[in-house]
Design a protein around this ligand. Structure first.
Ligand SMILES: Cc1cc2nc3c(=O)[nH]c(=O)nc-3n(C[C@H](O)[C@H](O)[C@H](O)COP(=O)(O)OP(=O)(O)OC[C@H]3O[C@@H](n4cnc5c(N)ncnc54)[C@H](O)[C@@H]3O)c2cc1C
Length: 488
């Protein structure tokens, strides 16, 4: 009889690992606390508007294609993924813009708007990030970092790639203009890190974008979740919704099953956990007697990613000139990020990401209208901010800022809206301290120093998703599911 695996959680890490393990012949059951799948990629419907809750930028579509290929199926029969010409439009508080794309001619023109000499620096930077990409992504993103000797073997090449520098510092070695430095150093924010403290290994995202481009799933990222759910059903993977794992049952150094909604117990041979590892080790494993001193220290020393304030709004006015992905920079950058990551204080000088899917897919909003979300990095819940008091004020601040800049008159045109705060991430998605992306991607929290894919404590417990190796973002969590190939 096939060995039984329970997968806890239906983020992309959980969906991908369910499929990968099923393809290897295991008996897989996925349990999800919500009535719908997707985790951070859940879809919200409000009136005539449909909103992707989280991820919108698809950067390595082959990682999704592979999942269908495992069963000799073609992703194109399930969902349509299209490349975008304009990747991001960056807007500065003085109104200057930078259109970021994979088109060399256009990049030259855009860079020269800010600085004549930085185009050469940009090309040199891309060439250097290609080397980082080959080491950090091609060689290591799907390898397990379970033992220190494997980590130590990587150190010389990581040092030669200047991994001791921060992303901002590395970018600044090549780019002199401050605004362009912001453009090319912002990538850690996409995976929960501060560009001023995140290891420069993460500049590999710059090359990853160049290599595969930026894509969109027509109908929204939610269609990708639905496509994976359909594939799972076709392949007889059992999916149990509204099933919160309230305890992982263990004895000695093995896990034996899960308790669902504080009542029913399901036994299994292995558990693959897509729930956030810090939360699992703190709350779902009741007996801590196997946690040794070093592991307890690891749990204590972790720094968590920033929180997210996400405001979803439908507008009766259509903003045809607004790009699909806009990143707006407030006045300050380093100081602003310090306030979020270190001081844990809200700031009025916000930067944000604005999503306008109808720029690519008109069906994402009712006729002549627009469905948006704006994502604002904020402190995580270690800040003690009372979001039930501050949420509405903060929403109005953001609306006001957009009304005065890229969405004139938006205040008069919003017809439906709601927002999520770090409280949602903490309570609904079970992420410690309401962090948007689990633990931060610092060098001291990467690879061996992150929570291991094969648990440090229980040999038959595995982790996939943002809190384990390689880390957050869709390419990261899909790669974490590939790491399991080394164990099963
Ligand atoms: C607003 C936002 C925008 C983003 N944009 C992008 C983007 O454009 N591109 C990109 O690549 N990445 C983006 N990201 C990051 C990316 O979405 C995440 O890193 C990734 O989706 C996380 O996947 P995961 O596998 O870690 O699982 P998660 O999505 O974190 O899902 C975990 C699942 O586990 C379930 N769960 C937890 N505990 C239990 C339990 N005890 N019992 C049962 N179920 C449980 C939760 O309900 C949830 O469904 C974004 C993230 C956010 C929040």
């Amino acid at each position: 009889m096939a060995k039984k695996i329970i997968v806890i959680g239906s983020g992309f890490g959980g969906l991908a690992s369910s499929l990968r393990l099923k393809a290897k012949g295991y008996d897989v059951t996925l349990v999800e606390k919500h009535p719908d799948l997707g985790g951070r990629a859940r879809v919200f419907k409000r009136g005539d508007f449909t909103y992707d809750g989280g991820p919108t930028v698809i950067t390595a579509p082959y990682l999704f294609e592979e999942l269908f290929g495992l069963f000799n199926k073609n992703i194109a029969d399930y969902v349509k993924i299209v490349p975008l010409d304009l990747w991001y439009r960056f807007v500065f508080s003085d109104g200057q813009t930078f259109d970021y794309s994979g088109d060399e001619k256009s990049m030259k023109k855009e860079i020269k708007k800010f600085s004549d000499k930085d185009f050469k620096g940009y090309n040199d930077l891309v060439n250097f990030t290609e080397k980082i990409f080959h080491k950090g992504f091609t060689d290591l993103s799907d390898k397990p970092f379970n033992n220190l000797s494997f980590m130590l073997k990587q150190i010389p090449s990581l040092l030669s790639l200047k991994s001791y520098k921060s992303v901002y510092k590395l970018v600044s070695n090549y780019i002199s203009d401050e605004k362009l430095r912001r453009v090319f150093s912002m990538h850690p924010l996409l995976v929960g890190g501060n560009p001023f403290t995140t290891t420069s290994i993460y500049t590999l995202i710059l090359f990853l974008e160049k290599k595969w481009g930026i894509h969109y799933s027509m109908g929204g990222t939610g269609k990708l979740v639905k496509a994976l759910e359909k594939l799972m059903k076709e392949e007889n993977i059992e999916i149990i919704k509204e099933a919160e794992v309230t305890e992982i049952i263990s004895a000695n150094k093995r896990v034996e099953g899960v308790k669902i909604n504080n009542s029913k117990i399901i036994d299994c041979d292995y558990i693959v956990c897509n729930s956030d590892p810090p939360n699992v080790y703190k709350n779902l494993i009741k007996s801590k007697k196997n946690y040794n001193f070093l592991f307890k220290q690891k749990m204590k020393r972790m720094d968590y990613s920033m929180g997210l304030f996400v405001y979803y709004f439908g507008s009766k006015k259509q903003y045809k000139d607004v790009a699909h992905h806009t990143i707006y920079f407030g006045n300050s950058y380093e100081k602003h990020l310090d306030k979020i990551f270190e001081d844990k204080k809200l700031s009025e000088d916000v930067s944000y990401y604005l999503h306008r899917p109808s720029a690519t897919d008109p069906n994402m909003a009712p006729n002549n209208q627009d469905a948006f979300y704006v994502l604002v990095p904020v402190p995580n819940n270690l800040s003690n901010i009372n979001w039930s008091k501050e949420g509405e004020k903060f929403k109005n601040l953001i609306l006001d800022k957009m009304d005065k800049s890229i969405l004139p008159d938006i205040k008069k045109n919003v017809v439906s809206d709601f927002y999520l705060t770090p409280d949602y991430f903490e309570k609904e998605l079970a992420t410690l301290h309401g962090s948007g992306f689990s633990i931060q991607p610092k060098f001291s929290q990467s690879a061996y120093f992150r929570f291991h894919n094969q648990s440090e404590i229980f040999k038959n417990l595995y982790f996939v998703g943002a809190g384990t190796h390689p880390g957050a973002g869709m390419p990261g969590v899909l790669s974490s599911a590939k790491v399991l190939d080394n164990f099963f």
